[in-house]
Write a protein that binds this ligand. Structure first.
Ligand code: G6P
Ligand code: MG
Length: 221
């Protein structure tokens, strides 16, 4: 039986994935690397420094900057991102998320956050949903980012639950791969183009239903 849900944050609970995209685009503009939403899919779920490396590689500029300069660029992106999320409020929860979280709590589910973002706890406060979560995995404690399963395995450990009793929820390809590799039952939010390997897929958060997810979970056992 399912006892826990382990959530990604950006693009799942709120649309901060869009703010990450806008902040990276602005930095890209400054250093002469243009990229579109298609390329941005590869940045979702990926840590700040790894995202920068991917952008630099995409623009053939990986060796134009030393480590200190790369850290400055990453800081600059983060300052821009923090400006963009500073006014986030509960009104920015994605459609159906509040209802879904309420339903999970009503059914006694334990919740963990498994976001690669160091801004995760700040956003949970801004969205006024920090109290829903029993535990938050500290991304600074990880040896490997998504698609490595470490963050989801830690989430289950912190909840005190076996992987087989947890469900992971993600909007990123790297995230679904991480959940599947745990192995854990995966719920994808988005299109089959990038999330085709999810155990259960909804096009957007308004379609999340505990009943339907549990049905798919039970069918897989
Ligand atoms: C999440 C987002 C990524 C972001 C990463 C690090 O995984 O999907 O787009 O790069 O977190 O976020 P941070 O706020 O620490 O820069
Ligand atoms: Mg995400």
């Amino acid at each position: 039986t399912v006892k826990g849900f382990i959530f990604d944050l950006d693009g799942v609970l709120t649309d901060s994935a869009e703010y990450h995209y806008l902040a990276w685009q602005e930095l890209g503009h400054k250093i002469g690397i243009a990229f579109d939403r298609d390329f941005n899919e590869q940045l979702k779920g990926v840590s700040r420094m790894d995202s920068l490396e991917r952008i630099l590689a995409f623009g053939n500029k990986s060796d134009h900057y030393n480590q200190a300069e790369k850290e400055e660029l990453a800081d600059e992106k983060n300052e821009q991102y923090k400006l963009l999320i500073n006014n986030v409020s509960p009104a920015d929860l994605l459609p159906g998320i509040k209802e879904f979280l309420d339903e999970l709590k009503a059914k006694g589910m334990k919740l963990a956050l498994a976001s690669a973002s160091k801004n995760g706890p700040f956003l949970l406060e801004k969205l006024e949903i920090a109290d829903y979560f029993e535990t938050v995995v500290d991304p600074a404690s990880l040896s490997n980012g998504k698609p490595d399963p470490e963050i989801f395995v830690k989430g289950a450990q912190q909840l005190g639950l076996p992987l087989s009793e947890c469900i992971g929820v993600e909007d990123a390809q790297a995230g679904i791969e991480a959940i599947n590799a745990a192995p854990m039952f995966s719920v994808g939010i988005g299109s089959a183009d990038s999330l085709g390997s999810a155990d259960y897929l909804v096009p957007d958060t308004s379609k999340l239903s505990l009943e339907a997810i549990l049905q798919a979970f039970n069918a897989k056992q």
